[in-house]
Each structure stands twice: as C-alpha cells, then as structure tokens.
Design a binder for this molecule. Structure first.
Ligand code: NAD
Ligand code: ZN
Length: 393
C-alpha cells in the first residue's frame, strides 16, 4: 500500500510499504477514507519528539471502513464506517476504567523512554513516535487499530466524512480543553491558538455554557474563522499586548479560564521569545512555553489554566509564584477521546457542531509532503490538509 512516511527532520516521502494485518485478537484493519494532519505532527516533523524512525507512517486523525477484524472484536464488523480515537486505550486497565484513556497502562509496550522522561508510561498514539507505542499512523491506505472495540466508533450515516474525521482528535481535544475549565454561566474563556484544536475549543466552550470566548493568534485568516464560525472575540498578539487587552475586556479581572491550544512550538515576541528559541535550539530547554506563561499571568485569581497544547519535556522560567499565589487550578493532558467521542457524535448528528470548515486543503495522499509544507508554514490559509488515501488507491 502507499503511505506517507517520516524519513528525518523535515523529510516526508510517500512510499510503498507492506499492508498491515491482524496481529492481536483485538485488532481491526481499517481502510482509510480521510486522514487529517494535526499540529502534533509538526512536533515530529520539526524533530522535537525523539524516537521517530525512518519509514514511520504519520497520521492519527482518521475515518474509514472496517475491512477485517480479529476474533476478539465484538462490536465491529466488516463494512462499518468508523472514526478512530487518536489515542489507543485497552479498555480494561485502572486508567481506562477511570476514563483516563490517554493514560492507558497497556497500549504502549515501549516503557524505556517515557518511564525515564515522565516517571511513567502513557498510552500509545497512532503515528506518534516509538516512545508513544510505535504504532503505524493513518496517512496510508490501511491502518491496524489495536483494541478496536474501545477506540473505533461507528459513525451515523448522517455525518459525512469531513465532519466525522475530526471526532478522532481535534474535536475531542478542544472539547476536553473546555470541559477541564469547569465552565459556569457568565464565564469568559480565553483560548491561545486558533488552529484546528483552538477552533474546536471555541465551539465547545460555547456548547458547555461560556458567556464569552476570546481567541488569540496572529494569523488573520484563522482569527476571521474564529470570529465568523466560532462567534469568538479575537486578539492578534502581534498587534496588541495580550495581557492588557484581556484585562480591558474583562473589567480588569482577567479571564475565568485560559486554554493553551498552542504548546511547545509557540511563537512570541521580544526578549522572552528570543530566549526560548535560543535555549530550545541548544537543547537546554525542550519546549517554548511562551503561551503557558502568558496564560498564567493573564488568568484571573482562582481561575483555571487548561493545557492541551503538547509539551514534551522541560521548560524555563515557569511563573510558579504567580500560579501559586493566584490560586490557579491546572488541568491538562492528551485527550481522553473514548470518553467524549460518543457524545460528540451525537452533537455532530444533530448538527450542533460542524467542524468541516477546518478542511481547507483536501489532497491525495501522493501530495502529502506538499500538504505538510503548506500546513507547517500556514500558507494559503491552510487550517487542515485532509488526505483521501482510499480514493487514490
Ligand atoms: P496548529 O499548528 O494548526 O495551530 C497552532 C496555532 O497556534 C497557530 O495558529 C499559531 O499561529 C498559534 N500560535 C503560535 N504562537 C502563539 C501565541 N504566542 N499566541 C497565540 N497563538 C499562537 O495546531 P493544532 O492542530 O491546532 O494543535 C494545537 C496544539 O494542540 C499542538 O501543540 C498540538 O500538538 C496539540 N494537540 C494536543 C492534543 C491532545 O490530545 N492534548 C491533540 C491534538 C493536538
Ligand atoms: Zn488501558
């Protein structure tokens, strides 16, 4: 089959690779109809997540058709159209039973790296390095889905692929980001990052009862989408002082909750940003926490900082004094998609959320390297490139 493979930093190639087969009784094989790029892939392409190997297949946000199932799969059959959570959960361990799916104890067999880096190992993620399980990704004609009964969800007919695909990752991540804010009536939620995840957090924050949502980015077209599709108020961080602007917009108090939907590759301004870039380049700081610091400083006293932007290692100049003395609540994590996907499919079916506007660039799988360049450089108004591997087969 054809697949989009990582071959080194900033080196992607479409290659012919062996078809996947059933390896364990709980596996399913899915023929991929649509597979989206995600901001998390950029951390791999830019070389900030170690343990990638030449030939690794990228992609973790996909919808497709079940073509084969192992003997222990009971909820799915050939021909089912499914959306598959980007994170793999076994369904039976302590964490999965507590609906903390991205912390699954069993889906990621490679403990050596994360035990050392994090003190414990977290769940496997499709196409997301060997530290995170070494499971082949979805930018391919077929993908093997471990623990398929728990991770693959049948898609109701009324939901087209270009909506269903985002129920794999961007939508549950944005929804979890808003859910972690514990939104109460009257709340103002500020969201850094107006990419696919930030846009889904905007829709979700309103769905969960926010009074006002303020989106922050620098890309005018993304801010326009946040305003027009998400009804968000918007701030361009290249034009205004974000902290000052947020204070002004909230009667001097600050937002009730701040969502970081940017993560380790944040851009920024001034000396602080230059410091982060230099230290990251020298590998003295793995991540650039510009947004995280700003969110902590901007958040109202007693408010919540909700982090879904991905961080991988260690950061400098973390304002722990501000966080502690302002009594902030921190919630964070890789998404627990299996907890949210069933209810999100209901919202999608009823038309209460429509994420299809994220698809700015539908492409064949063969155009993968070019698609990632556009997405990485945010050119041509690119929000999400979505590949259609089955169509090009
Ligand atoms: P994306 O690259 O499309 O968007 C990131 C956005 O952040 C860009 O629009 C960029 O302009 C903006 N940005 C950069 N610096 C900023 C700053 N200082 N202030 C405000 N905005 C800034 O990525 P995405 O797909 O939307 O993903 C966003 C983050 O979420 C990534 O870190 C990704 O790894 C992470 N993610 C996490 C999960 C999870 O399970 N927790 C799932 C999916 C994605
Ligand atoms: Zn588990």
């Amino acid at each position: 089959m054809r697949a989009l493979c990582w071959n080194g930093v900033n080196d992607l190639r479409v290659e012919t690779v062996p078809d996947p087969g059933i390896l364990a009784p709980h596996d399913a094989i899915v023929r991929v109809q649509m597979s989206s790029v995600c901001g998390s892939d950029l951390h791999l392409i830019d070389g900030f997540v170690p343990t990638m190997k030449k030939g690794d297949i990228l992609g973790h946000e996909f919808v497709g058709e079940v073509v084969d199932v192992g003997p222990d799969v009971s909820k799915l059959k050939k021909g089912d159209r499914v959306v598959v959570c980007s994170i793999v959960g076994c369904g039976h361990c302590f964490y999965c039973e507590h609906e903390l799916w991205s912390l699954c104890d069993n889906s990621n067999p490679s403990h050596a790296v994360l035990d050392k880096a994090f003190g414990d190992t977290t769940a496997a993620i499709f196409g997301y390095s060997h530290a995170f399980g070494g499971i082949a990704g979805s930018h391919a004609e077929y993908v093997r889905v471990p623990f398929a009964d728990h991770g693959a969800f049948k898609v109701p007919e009324a939901i087209p692929d270009d909506r269903a695909v985002f129920a794999a990752d961007a939508l549950p991540t944005g929804y979890m980001a808003a859910d972690m804010c514990g939104i109460r009536p009257g709340d103002v939620i500020a969201i850094w990052g107006a990419g696919g995840v930030g846009q889904m957090a905007i829709l979700s924050a309103y769905l969960l009862g926010a009074e006002r949502v303020i989106a922050i980015d620098r890309l005018p077209e993304r801010l326009r989408v946040a305003r027009e599709r998400g009804r968000a108020e918007v701030l361009n961080y290249e034009e205004v002082d974000v902290r000052e602007a947020l204070r002004d917009m909230t009667g001097g108090r600050g937002p009730d909750a701040c969502i970081d939907a940017v993560g380790m590759e944040a851009h920024g301004r001034g000396v602080e940003y230059a410091y982060d870039r230099a230290k990251q380049a020298m590998r003295l700081e793995t991540d650039r926490p510009f947004v995280l610091r700003e969110a902590i400083m901007a958040c109202r006293k007693g408010g919540t900082v909700s982090i879904v932007g991905v961080y991988g290692g260690l950061i400098d100049k973390f304002p722990i004094g501000a966080a502690m003395n302002k009594g902030l609540v921190f919630r964070m994590g890789q998404q627990h998609g299996q907890r949210y996907i069933p209810r999100l499919l209901e919202h999608l079916e009823r038309g209460e959320i429509d994420p299809s506007f994220l698809v700015t660039h539908p492409m064949s799988l063969e155009e993968g390297p070019r698609g990632y360049q556009l997405f990485k450089k945010k050119q041509d108004g690119c929000m999400r490139v979505v590949f259609t591997p089955a169509a090009s087969a």
